[in-house]
Design a protein around this ligand. Structure first.
Ligand code: AR6
Length: 180
């Protein structure tokens, strides 16, 4: 674990399973249809309960597919969190992908602020099925977290699955958060 600071906000890098974390919201790495069939999405539904999948389908029925770079919110079922914020990242190779990944992260923070939350936990969106290299995803995330205008949010957890992902994010975060 490692803690960085942006003003009075703590950015906490941890290695592990995001479904185990205590935070007001956990972010899911979702697809546009909120069909949680693999990766961290499936882990969230397995642990939190099928109610998360059902509420996700209801969200899509009501509002249509989530745009890439956008978010949707459901309850968190049996998870410790209050909400799951489903963020849709880009597939690696999308020419606008980097901007869309930044947008997905920023939109999740905006939603947390809108819900008046204190803490939020992110996985490494787009670095699994969607193929982003950890390093690029880490640079994009670090820059969004560094420049965001936080209001209520005081703690952002970034949860990496496995030591390879953790080390890559740590290297990038060390650089981005220690330079001014
Ligand atoms: N906790 C934290 N991180 C995890 C966990 C976990 N339990 N499980 C996997 N990861 P992915 P994407 C990491 O594929 O690339 C799904 O099918 C994983 O190692 O979950 O945005 C969705 O439904 C990787 O670093 O998301 C979409 O269709 C990161 O989470 C599609 O995949 C993201 O990997 C989204 O692809």
């Amino acid at each position: 674990m490692k803690v960085y600071r942006v003003g009075d906000v703590s950015i906490v890098l941890v290695e592990g399973d995001i479904t185990e974390l205590e935070a007001d919201a956990i972010v899911n790495a979702a697809n546009q249809y909120l069909e949680h069939g693999g990766g961290v999405a499936l882990a969230i539904v397995r642990k939190g309960g099928y109610v998360i999948q059902e509420e996700s389908r209801e969200w899509v029925r009501r509002y249509g597919p989530v745009p890439v770079g956008g978010v949707a919110v459901t309850s968190a079922g049996k998870l410790k969190a209050k909400y799951v914020i489903h963020a849709v990242g880009p597939v690696y190779g999308d020419p606008e992908g980097d901007a869309k990944l930044a947008s997905a992260i920023k939109s999740a923070l905006d939603k947390a602020e809108e819900l008046n939350l204190n803490s939020i936990a992110f996985p490494a969106i787009s670095t699994g099925v969607y193929g982003y290299p950890y390093r690029i995803a880490a640079e994009i995330m670090a820059n969004v977290l560094k420049n965001y205008r936080y209001r209520n949010v005081k703690k952002v957890i970034v949860c990496l699955y496995g030591s390879v992902a953790y080390r890559e994010f740590e290297e990038v975060f060390d650089k981005v958060f220690t330079s001014s």
